[in-house]
Design a binder for this molecule. Structure first.
Ligand code: C2O
Ligand code: CU
Ligand code: CU
Length: 505
């Protein structure tokens, strides 16, 4: 009872807060003059850019079969962003970071070097140079020198990560980025994000031309990524320039009738993309954690920060230019409710290539039933007013810090049902490390999203919990023990404390 009362108070606080934010001149300007509830849509349709290019692949330094060994260095480097040179925080000088490519069963060794030049602390009190590496989406150990986000190190240090992928399902696109609580948002915003592909082999998908699309937005100011404001922490920072693999509106060639496979990751801090390719269906064949049983044709696919989707696209038999757009979507903050953005252009050209779509993809993919002995937990996500006029964000009333965290203690090889409640006026993409889940139900939000993820055998590690809505997950707590985290993947919210510890014993 106490809990219900407290939660209700937080809801009221969140409403007041949202009203205050939208009434400030800065927030009104961010919305292009549109206040909340505004219906006019800004069409952002940049001229067609250069030829589409996949991010570069990190070279494998190992000669041993089954071992992939790479060097990865976090450093500042000049990058051309839409014609302007800016100093971004990169991996190996690339923006987005170079793709790490492995296959199921590999050992991945990452020789990591922190060459960020900063000194001092940010507004969260976190040393700005502190960083580390998280392999978002990998089912690997969270302990030792594997996907251990509790380890972090200052500038000048090196760290050798090693990940054993033998229990990872495979056939999915993952996402690497830093994970030091208190400076994740700024580092990812400034460029530290890359794709990590675990290949599938011998599936019906192997014959198609395949591309990786890293979606990332940014705003530049004075030759560097624009600094965060306190409103950015509350709302999640969105950029004014939307990039696919670092390019504005690149042109991807397809032959008439050709089928291509696109593996897409939303590497943005806070921007949601409601993807549409006009009259072309996006046929979803895989989600965060692996392949689906068969393709599911969608007219739009909503992708929140941290989510990935693997789609087949069959080009029209009619030559011409077709736009991949992000349609307006209201996440309860930011500009996307009033924007229609061209992200990329498909140029259907050349001689026709009539390729068939597969009937089946991964017949072993099934939806699990909820076991009768599953432990059920309630997780409530809240936003509120913090000290000194800043925002606060919490899980079950606790804002994550070095000394305090809402902690879930789970037993290995068990099943749990997580009921996640969003007591705020904006959507929160909920992400848990190490073990992907299946979505039992979603209340609120986008109906196509809900039906895709609650009726198919999709493995998810990031799921949108709609504003004032809820999500129920079936979480198989598998083989690996250790302490890891779950959090909102609007990275500013994670930095403000919307994160908890997950102690798997
Ligand atoms: Cu992509 Cu804990 O994060
Ligand atoms: Cu993660
Ligand atoms: Cu959030």
């Amino acid at each position: 009872m106490t809990k219900t009362t407290r939660t209700r108070n937080i809801v009221l606080t969140a409403v007041t807060m949202a009203a205050a934010v939208y009434a400030s001149p800065g927030a009104a300007m961010m919305g292009g003059g549109c206040m909340m509830g505004c219906t006019s849509t800004t069409v952002i349709d940049p001229p067609r850019g250069a030829a589409f290019a996949d991010p570069p692949t990190l070279p494998n330094l190992s000669m041993t079969p089954g071992v992939v060994e790479v060097n990865l260095e976090a450093k500042i480097a000049p990058v051309n962003v839409n014609g302007t040179t800016a100093n971004l925080q990169t991996y190996n000088g690339f923006f987005p970071g170079p793709t790490i490519k492995v296959k199921k069963g590999d050992i991945l060794k990452v020789h990591f070097k922190n060459s960020l030049p900063y000194s001092g602390v940010n507004d969260m009190g976190m040393p700005r140079d502190m960083t580390n590496l998280h392999t978002h989406g990998l089912h690997v150990s969270p302990a030792g020198n594997a996907d251990n986000v509790l380890v972090h190190f200052p500038s000048g240090e090196t760290f050798d990560y090693e990940y054993d992928l033998s229990l990872h399902r495979g056939g999915n696109l993952n996402f690497y980025h830093p994970h030091v609580h208190g400076n994740v948002a700024e580092q990812v915003w400034a460029g530290q994000a890359g794709a990590l592909e675990v290949a599938d082999e011998g599936t019906a998908l192997s014959g198609y031309e395949t591309h990786i699309l890293v979606l990332k937005d940014i705003t530049l100011s004075g030759g560097a990524p624009e600094a965060h404001t306190s409103a950015d922490f509350m709302n999640g920072k969105e950029g004014d320039t939307m990039l696919v693999n670092g390019q504005v509106n690149p042109v991807l060639a397809m032959r008439p009738g050709q089928v291509q496979r696109w593996k897409i990751v939303n590497a943005s801090n806070a921007r949601f993309y409601k993807l549409s390719l006009g009259s072309h269906s996006l046929r979803v064949v895989g989600t965060d954690g692996g392949l689906l049983d068969k393709p599911y044709a969608q007219s739009t696919v909503l992708l929140s920060p941290g989510e990935r989707v693997d789609v087949l696209v069959k080009a029209s038999s009619t030559k011409g230019y077709y736009k991949l757009q992000a349609l307006p979507y209201n996440r309860g903050a930011g500009d996307s409710a009033n924007q229609q953005i061209t992200l990329m252009t498909v140029n259907v050209t050349g001689s026709s290539l009539s390729q068939n779509l597969p009937a089946m993809v991964d017949p072993s993919a099934t939806r699990l039933n909820v076991p009768a002995n599953a432990v059920t937990r309630q997780i409530t996500l809240s936003m509120g007013m913090g000290m000194m006029g800043g925002g606060s964000a919490s899980i079950n009333g606790i804002a994550f810090s070095d000394t305090e965290a809402y902690t879930i203690v789970s037993g290995r090889e068990t099943y749990e049902v997580w009921e996640i409640y969003n007591h705020s006026m904006m959507d929160h993409p909920f992400h848990q490390h190490v073990n992907p889940a299946q979505v039992i139900s979603i209340s609120g939000g986008d109906s196509a999203y809900k039906s895709l993820y609650t009726t198919t055998p999709a493995w998810k590690d990031t799921v949108i919990v709609p504003a004032m809505g809820s999500v129920k997950l079936l979480v198989p707590v598998k083989d690996y023990g250790g302490t890891t985290v779950f959090h909102c993947h609007i990275l500013e919210h994670e930095d403000m404390g919307m994160m908890g510890l997950w102690d798997i014993q």
